[in-house]
Design a protein around this ligand. Structure first.
Ligand SMILES: [Zn+2]
Ligand SMILES: [Zn+2]
Length: 240
């Protein structure tokens, strides 16, 4: 429990670091894209090869429904209720005026961050190894995530302080997600497949489009490096 909470905190701090990277103009933002690409590949591999198969052990009939439900829930919160959202820096100021839009993005991302925490907690409920894999998958997109929410808040006319607070809200939601599974371990049966659906959404629908916007194949190759990194770690895995 201690390890899962500690790693949950580290992931949460990465959200805040992302917010700081945005607010501090002089910090280098270019490298965030590599985290996005690497994180997308690694997270997709973890979701398909670990989270879904483990969920199927609980219920082969209900789990796939929950995976789909997790996917749909994030689509609803991030892209349906919210008229304009994408990962990365918000640069479309003409499309982005109302502070309501900013808050709806914050709510959507907070629910997503809650499931980031649920995923980490669920992984540790099964094994330390799986917990560490899921933590790493989540961690890679956490800095870009905090960066994104801070950028959206600034673009919707909020102060830098509000931008940092919003990154901190995501951090809090992440820790809360880990706590929920730690306190109610039997919820892992629902939490794992739901958070697998969320992870697939975040990787394939939020992060991959950002990877694809980069010209050239370099970023695309980093995505495959993420998948490959997971496979290598899996080879090293203790037999679980
Ligand atoms: Zn935009
Ligand atoms: Zn996230």
């Amino acid at each position: 429990m201690l390890l899962s909470l500690t790693l949950g905190f580290i992931a949460a701090i990465a959200d805040i670091v992302g917010g700081l990277v945005l607010v501090r103009r002089n910090w280098e933002k270019r490298y965030l894209r590599y985290f996005v690409a690497l994180g997308a590949g690694f997270m997709l591999a973890v979701a398909f090869l670990e989270m879904i198969p483990e969920s199927l052990h609980y219920s082969p009939r209900l789990s796939p429904v929950l995976v789909l439900a997790g996917y749909c829930a994030i689509h609803l919160l991030e892209h349906t209720i919210t008229p304009h959202f994408h990962f990365g820096e918000e640069t479309h100021h003409d499309e982005f005026i109302s502070s309501r839009t900013g808050y709806s993005v914050l709510v959507g991302l907070a629910v997503h961050a809650l499931f980031d925490g649920v995923a980490i907690g669920s992984g540790f409920a099964l094994s330390t190894w799986l917990g560490c894999l899921i933590f790493f998958a989540i961690f890679l997109h956490k800095v870009p995530e905090g960066f994104t929410v801070a950028s959206v808040m600034l673009a919707s006319g909020q102060s830098r302080r509000a931008a940092l607070v919003s990154a901190t809200v995501l951090a809090g939601a992440t820790v809360l997600g880990v706590l929920v599974i730690n306190l109610l371990p039997h919820w892992v049966q629902v939490g794992l497949p739901l958070s697998a659906g969320v992870a697939i959404y975040v990787a394939a629908t939020d992060l991959v489009p950002e990877v694809n916007r980069e010209p050239g194949i370099r970023m695309a190759l980093v995505f495959f490096a993420g998948v490959l990194m997971f496979l290598l770690l899996r080879l090293l895995a203790p037999a679980v």
